[in-house]
Design a protein around this ligand. Structure first.
Ligand code: SAM
Length: 316
């Protein structure tokens, strides 16, 4: 069982999803360089540092300066074993510190947002807390939910909502949102929630979650960032190094599944060929043929882990 930090009883504290599985898959006696691509308030990072060999180091990345600040405090007990950076994980292939490229033994991507971000109304991530239409992970970024919605038409927004699971009412919701925008009635997250609720009366919470997720994902280019970092993994990991990705919805998980499958393709070059040129070189062994989901116990203690699923690869 993972020990809980003192702050985790608080209503606002983020409980890391699938921490037992992260430790089991990623941390071994040979672990030296750990990269936590989605540091958040540092829950997984703290758990990994506690059990990793004492000469291991952790590089923690996040786009959110509030998260980096909290994590810095939380991880200060580990001294110079920890290096934190404000960086988009999509730039991992070019932005790693000297000596890290090709040497990473454990890498974690925990997609999505932390509770720390959801509970702050001014960040605009929550459908039941009123705030600006913001939703940026990086508060210095120029694109917000308001600017994304200002540019979209019904077809584009409908397509986006459909992609994120709102299959039957995507077009009607999109039309209502664009109409509210054009009438000057779309200034806040409460306005957005009210528009969605006016279309979807039954099971509104599900639709609200999907609409907010879809817009947040577009604001932060979440799917694009994920695809880019997955492309860099073969270069970033050491031989024998492992990467784990925790996804929270089907679209995200499909990207992970397809990338891991692509990089675990078997070479079909004839045996006499010394250097592979079929383009199907196998970089990874997939350690999770099916995604692993949280235990019933975890889902009970931490309901926000319900939709989590983890996939893990090891570089050959
Ligand atoms: C689910 S939270 C991570 C929680 C963390 N694993 C923990 O246990 O405390 C995801 C974090 O990833 C960050 N994030 C999302 N996309 C990112 C990106 N492309 N680059 C860097 N950080 C990102 C978010 O700002 C958020 O803080």
């Amino acid at each position: 069982m993972i020990e809980r930090s003192s702050g985790e009883d608080s209503d606002t504290w983020h409980v890391p999803a699938m921490a037992e599985e992260v430790l089991r898959f990623l941390i071994r006696d040979t672990t030296r360089i750990i990269v936590d691509c989605t540091l958040g308030p540092g829950g997984h990072a703290e758990a990994m540092l506690k059990v990793a060999p004492p000469d291991s180091v952790l590089l923690g990345l996040d786009l959110d300066e509030d998260a980096l600040g909290l994590a810095a405090e939380r991880l200060s007990v580990f001294g110079d074993r920890v290096v934190l950076r404000k960086m988009n994980f999509k730039d991992l292939g070019t932005g790693l510190p000297a000596g890290f490229m090709g040497s990473v033994s454990a890498l974690l991507i925990d997609c999505g947002i932390s509770k720390l971000q959801i509970v702050k109304p001014d960040r605009g991530f929550s459908f039941d807390r009123n705030g600006e239409l913001d939703m940026r992970f990086d508060k210095s970024a120029s694109i917000s939910a308001a600017s994304v919605l200002a540019r979209m038409d019904v077809a584009e927004l409908g397509g986006l909502l459909w992609q994120f699971g709102e299959k039957t009412r995507s077009r009607r919701i999109a039309r209502a949102i664009i109409q509210a925008r054009d009438n000057g009635r779309l200034g806040t997250t409460a306005d957005l929630s009210a528009v969605v609720k006016s279309v979807v009366r039954a099971r509104a919470a599900k639709s609200l979650a999907r609409v907010f997720l879809a817009i947040r994902s577009r604001v932060n280019r979440e799917l694009e960032n994920l695809s880019e970092v997955l492309e860099a993994l073969p270069q970033v990991l050491a031989s024998g190094g492992r990467a784990a990705v925790i996804a929270y919805h089907g679209t995200e998980d499909r990207i992970v599944k397809q990338s891991f499958r692509k990089f675990s393709g078997r070479c079909v070059c004839p045996p006499e060929r010394v250097i592979c040129d079929c383009g199907k070189q196998a970089w990874f062994e997939v350690l999770t043929p099916k995604p692993v989901t949280p235990s019933v116990e975890e889902m009970r203690h931490n309901p926000s882990s319900r939709s989590a699923r983890i996939r893990v690869v090891e570089k050959m």
